[in-house]
Ligand binder design. Structure first.
Ligand code: TMP
Length: 236
């Protein structure tokens, strides 16, 4: 299967049409941005790592009964995925306080949350992806009640599975962001990526950050952290 037209170029990925109207090819870039595109850089081989890590995790999630857009990895950086309409929500799941939650609620980073926190942000770069609740989502027709129930159910199941899976690899899943899409027949499936760009991964013992916070906060050893995640998940 070959790329035909560039359908969309995002901050970290390019998406191409193919000869099959139901399939797209995603091409992962090394470009990195933070703070809504204000900070820009490159992370060497990030595209390869995020492609491979995302596909590895999506395959495992499929086996757990979470439907995903994954069809087939076709190269280091490219994957065939099902064409979906993205639900314009960033679905964030948090186990430990960090990042914007720590800031907003004054909880020191690393504070364990006594129950899992689910948040939604409206995907709109011009507005800076504002946080919304169920009422905003229904009022703006971003998703139906039934779709949101499915999204929340899948988000908690993804969290449970990934937390347990990563624990065995000495990785603590602090929080993550996922996105969902609608198939032409109206089903909700997991789309986008699950990678060190979109998750906070801390080493279980040292609490060393093994994710994009190293880039966001200029902590150094960014490439090493991405490489370490790939090594722990894929053994290379
Ligand atoms: P936050 O603490 O900055 O709100 O981030 C929560 C999680 O969402 C964290 O794992 C990083 C991820 N994330 C993205 O994937 N994309 C984004 O644009 C932002 C702000 C966060």
């Amino acid at each position: 299967m070959k790329k035909i037209d560039l359908l969309y170029e995002g901050k970290a990925k390019k998406v191409y049409t193919t000869e099959d109207p139901n399939l797209l090819i995603v091409d992962y870039k090394d470009d990195a941005t933070a703070f809504n595109g204000e900070k820009k850089g490159t992370i060497h081989n990030k595209g390869i790592i995020n492609n491979r890590v995302t596909n590895h995790l999506m395959k495992l999630l499929e086996k757990e009964g979470i439907p995903t857009h994954l069809v087939e990895e076709i190269s280091d950086r490219e994957t065939i995925v099902k064409k979906v309409t993205i639900v314009p929500l960033e679905v964030i799941v948090r186990n430990i306080a960090a990042g914007s939650l720590s800031k907003r609620l004054g909880l020191p980073e690393g504070t364990k949350l006594d129950s899992t926190v689910l948040e939604y942000c409206y995907k709109d770069d011009a507005l800076g992806d504002p946080m919304v609740n169920n009422y905003h989502i229904f009022a703006l027709h971003l998703a139906t009640q039934e779709e949101l129930d499915t999204i929340a159910d899948y988000a908690f199941r993804v969290n449970q599975f990934l937390s347990d899976y990563l624990k065995d690899l000495n990785i603590e899943l602090i929080d993550f962001k996922i996105e969902f899409g609608r198939t032409p027949d109206g089903k909700i499936i997991l789309a986008d990526e699950i990678s060190p760009d979109t998750c906070r991964f801390w080493d279980s013992k040292t609490h060393e950050k093994l994710d994009k916070d190293r880039f966001r906060r200029d902590l150094g050893h960014v490439e090493d952290a991405y490489q370490e995640i790939m090594k722990r998940l894929l053994g290379e």
